[in-house]
Design a binder for this molecule. Structure first.
Ligand code: MTE
Ligand code: MO
Length: 170
């Protein structure tokens, strides 16, 4: 191998290394901001539970792939990781007997109403915290997190709720 090629290869290795390092640091930042984040669950207009990442990680994790049809480019497959919304309610012994509607609300005011039947479905409504193996980054960093509601049966994602902050049981 001649000297020029060696130097070029070395430079490449260093550049790739620096990017890998910066990327890992980004991931740490995202995890840190996610660790501060909380979701409130309200029942009959009163705070019934507070959900954070450690609590979520204690519940059964689910991973699945969906096609994201974003306004910002071509459709792409992404892998999401999170918990069933129903498992969160179960964890806090929130019984949905008298609940007519489940309303999720986001930091930007986006509001999505779900039926109890939808939430009870086996493989439909999730609160996700990871996208393609990385923590979801917050809105300020151009992400859809720190947490997002994914409704698998909503093919076009209009009812997915990015930047999830609150869930009302009514
Ligand atoms: N919090 C919040 N979630 C949201 C939206 C939004 O404006 N705010 N837009 C919805 C719509 S209409 C779509 S198609 C998907 C993807 O939106 P994007 O293309 O703006 O990422 O997110 C959904 N969830
Ligand atoms: Mo949309």
């Amino acid at each position: 191998m001649n000297r020029g090629v060696m130097v070029a290869l070395l430079a490449l290795v260093v550049i790739v290394g620096v990017f890998a390092y910066l990327n890992a640091a980004d991931g740490d930042d995202r995890r840190a901001s996610q660790r501060e984040a909380e979701i409130y669950i309200n029942m009959d207009e009163e705070r019934a539970a507070t959900v954070d990442l450690p609590l979520m990680l204690d519940l059964k994790q689910h991973e699945f792939t969906e096609t994201l049809r974003s306004s910002e480019g071509a459709p792409r497959d992404h892998t999401y990781r999170g918990v069933r919304l129903m498992d969160l309610f179960r964890h806090f012994d929130l019984d949905l007997e008298d609940t007519e509607q489940i309303v999720t609300r986001a930091a930007d005011g986006y509001t999505v109403a779900l039926t109890v039947e939808e939430v009870r479905e086996e493989d439909n409504v999730y609160v996700v915290h990871e996208l393609d193996g990385e923590p979801l980054s917050p809105k300020e960093e151009g992400g859809s997190g720190p947490f997002m509601v994914v409704i698998r049966q909503d093919e076009f994602g209009q009812r997915w709720n990015k930047y999830l902050m609150e869930i009302d049981l009514r």
